[in-house]
Write a protein that binds this ligand. Structure first.
Ligand SMILES: Nc1ncnc2c1ncn2[C@@H]1O[C@H](COP(=O)(O)OP(=O)(O)OP(=O)(O)O)[C@@H](O)[C@H]1O
Ligand SMILES: [Mg+2]
Length: 380
């Protein structure tokens, strides 16, 4: 059966919760289904995109070769997860496989499992007959389409990193039972949600872009070339959001002028216009600072402020000496790594430079843990 042969649509705003534990069976739901798949409604294809060739290749290969692919694009805020997913949605080979059945769902305002389910249902124009949970109707509808469907669930960290985590994972678990459905979640962090059999080899967290890509992005985004550009870009640690924002100011200022300004007023240059997560590194980071995982581990904020004083970061083995009086130091470090505020290279953890600047701008570290840290570094 194709989507064209499905029955009439009836749209309802009511939705229910999935039954805990079980996966919906096609026979338990009488959802009505639309006669056509909903019209394609994708974000525009990013015109400027560099430095991700290997990731694009891996994503494409996985999405094209398998049915029912499950991929998480992970990484810190502003590293380019949404951009990556959007590039993928517009790829001609992906378009050839999934056709009209490519759906992009923003989850940044969804704070519950019900919110996701209603978002999925709305995106598919699926309603329930009142006797079935909406998630069952969604699953039944997806199965009936038979052809491959691709969902991108963008900024999935909002519903997942919340008190509803179990219910949110259960919803993903229901989607995981649909064989003709592929889904890509983009999420801040370094860990994938449970209840899903993620496709292997799993994608590793997005890394910063290299200097060559940073330079190309900066120039294509309108920044002027000039002496000292590479040094300026090196100070951004390859974070695309910071590169794009600095390029905005670089339209009217040379790299040399920006270098002087960046020295004096760092975070000001990592903002532009109205302050949103896409126009301000500080606003972008504040979303992660306020997520549930961070709130559950209050020491993590203190450790982050302290590590922001260390451009070279800290080695795992140094932790007991650097923070001798912090009882949950390793847990705090793990938390920061889980939410991708810390990058890890071998046994060394560090905070990306633009994030460091913003953290220090928001609140300078102080108190006894700072004294301990200073004492350690004075001694060595
Ligand atoms: N590979 C890239 N080449 C050029 N520009 C990029 C690239 N990746 C990201 N950008 C730009 O960087 C900014 C942030 O990207 P994006 O929104 O994709 O990050 P994100 O990881 O999804 O952020 P968030 O965690 O807030 O959702 C955007 O302006 C985007 O255009
Ligand atoms: Mg995003």
């Amino acid at each position: 059966m194709t989507v064209d042969s499905l029955g009439d649509v009836s749209v309802s705003t009511s939705y229910g919760r999935p039954e805990r534990g079980g996966s919906p069976s096609p026979s338990t739901s009488n959802a009505t289904t639309p006669s056509d798949f909903p019209p394609l409604h994708l974000p525009p294809k990013p015109k400027i995109f560099h430095g991700r060739e290997a990731v694009v290749q891996q994503l494409k290969t996985t999405l094209l070769q398998d049915e029912g692919t499950r991929i998480a694009i992970l990484g810190t805020g502003g590293i380019g997860k949404t951009t990556m997913a959007t590039i993928m949605l517009h790829d001609p080979d992906i378009e050839a496989k999934f056709g009209m059945r490519r759906i992009f769902l923003r989850c940044e305002a969804m704070t519950s499992a019900d919110g996701i389910v209603s978002g999925l249902a709305a995106a598919l124009n699926v309603a329930t007959d009142g006797n079935s949970d909406l998630i069952h109707s969604v699953v039944q509808y997806l199965r009936k389409t038979e052809s491959p469907v691709l969902f991108v669930l963008d900024n999935f960290e909002t519903p997942w990193d919340s008190p509803e985590q179990d219910a949110v994972e259960e919803t993903l678990g229901h989607l995981d039972t649909v064989e003709n459905l592929s889904f890509v979640v983009t999420m801040r962090g370094t860990k994938r949600p449970g209840c899903v059999k993620w496709s292997q080899p799993a994608l590793t967290s997005l890394e910063p872009v290299d200097l060559l890509a940073a330079r190309t992005i900066y120039l294509e985004d309108g920044g002027r070339d000039g002496d000292g550009l590479d040094k300026l870009l090196e100070a951004l640690d390859g974070l695309p959001l910071a590169i794009v924002l600095l390029a905005y100011h670089g339209q009217t200022h040379s790299p040399a002028e920006l270098a002087v300004a960046y020295e004096a007023e760092r975070t000001d240059l990592l903002n532009r216009g109205r302050r949103t997560r896409l126009t301000s590194v500080e606003v972008s980071i504040s979303f992660t600072l306020n997520c549930q995982t961070m709130r559950d581990q209050p020491d993590a904020q203190a450790v982050l402020r302290l590590l922001s004083l260390l451009p070279d970061g800290v080695d795992d083995a140094e932790l007991p000496d650097v923070f001798p009086n912090l009882s949950h130091r390793r847990r705090a470090l793990c938390t920061l790594h889980d939410v991708a505020l810390l990058s890890r290279s071998g046994s060394r953890y560090k905070v990306f430079a633009p994030i460091r600047e913003c953290i220090l701008f928001i609140q300078e570290p102080a108190g006894p843990f700072l004294m301990d840290m200073r004492n350690y570094y004075y001694r060595i």
